[in-house]
Design a protein around this ligand. Structure first.
Ligand SMILES: [Fe+2]
Length: 257
């Protein structure tokens, strides 16, 4: 018996949501995907609105994870408190609204999803993601499969957490940098791993924004209000096949255009 889990990289803007709505269900049917986790923290560019969270669920996501822009749109806060399928990083302090992990009972299987945020070249005010993962795995109810979305900037921090949790979680993937990496692998202890799942958003862009806007910022000019680049989008992610032991037996990058 196998469980096929799809992790989708950061959905950017309305174009990214449209792309997800168009591509996700056909892929789920084609590849027999049982469970889908989508990072949605850039659905509004910076943050996510309640209607966008609903659109991502309607597109076929089982769980939405977030990251450093979890509270970019304040309207999402009530939903973060109410909705068990919408997660913000677990290593936020106890003052932050919402939850960072939950157990989902699928009948035949139970799945725990953990959302964590890196601290290297990113935010500041989080607890240590490594020790937060330790605490969750020790104290929370265990599941047949444990999945981790590690929203982090540095490839070093992502790879280190992959090795640190190897054999203790079924799959770990990175989000946030929006450029899909090519290091998909099964770590020695059986954890499926990819440093970054990529982006679901505009192909001609820098992190989803128009290149010209990004270039202006790097030239030292005024970058201006965050915009999403127009044009064709891709849906990127990673597909993990997990076996009954909770380990990963196959990992494959996904890039649908
Ligand atoms: Fe991010």
């Amino acid at each position: 018996m196998e469980l096929r889990v799809l992790a989708v990289g950061d959905v950017v803007g309305e174009g990214g949501i449209d792309c997800l709505s168009r591509c996700l269900r056909p892929l789920k049917r084609l590849r027999g995907i049982d469970f889908t986790v989508v990072n949605g923290e850039n659905a509004a560019g910076i943050g996510i609105l309640p209607r966008q969270a609903q659109a991502i669920f309607d597109a076929g996501a089982d769980v939405i994870t977030l990251g450093n822009h979890s509270y970019g749109k304040g309207q999402i806060v009530p939903l973060l408190e109410e909705h068990r399928y919408l997660l913000r990083p677990a290593n936020y302090t106890g003052r932050a609204p919402g939850r960072g992990t939950a157990l989902y009972d699928l009948g035949r299987w139970s799945i725990r999803v953990i959302n964590l945020q890196g601290r290297c070249n990113l935010d500041f005010n989080c607890d240590n993601p490594f020790t937060t993962a330790d605490r969750i795995l020790k104290e929370e109810e265990p599941a047949a499969f444990t999945l981790v979305d590690f929203h982090a900037e540095a490839t070093s921090e992502k790879r280190a957490l992959g090795y640190y949790l190897d054999g203790r979680v079924s799959a770990l993937w990175g989000t946030h940098t929006h450029v899909q990496t090519a290091d998909e692998q099964i770590l020695p202890g059986g954890t499926g791993y990819l440093t970054d799942a990529g982006m679901t958003g505009p192909l001609r862009s820098v992190l989803g924004m128009p290149p010209e806007q990004s270039i202006e910022g790097f030239l030292g000019g005024i970058r201006g209000r965050h915009q999403t680049a127009p044009g064709p989008c891709a849906m990127q992610g990673v597909l993990f096949t997990l076996d009954e032991s909770g380990r990963c037996s196959a990992v494959e990058r996904v890039d649908v255009q």
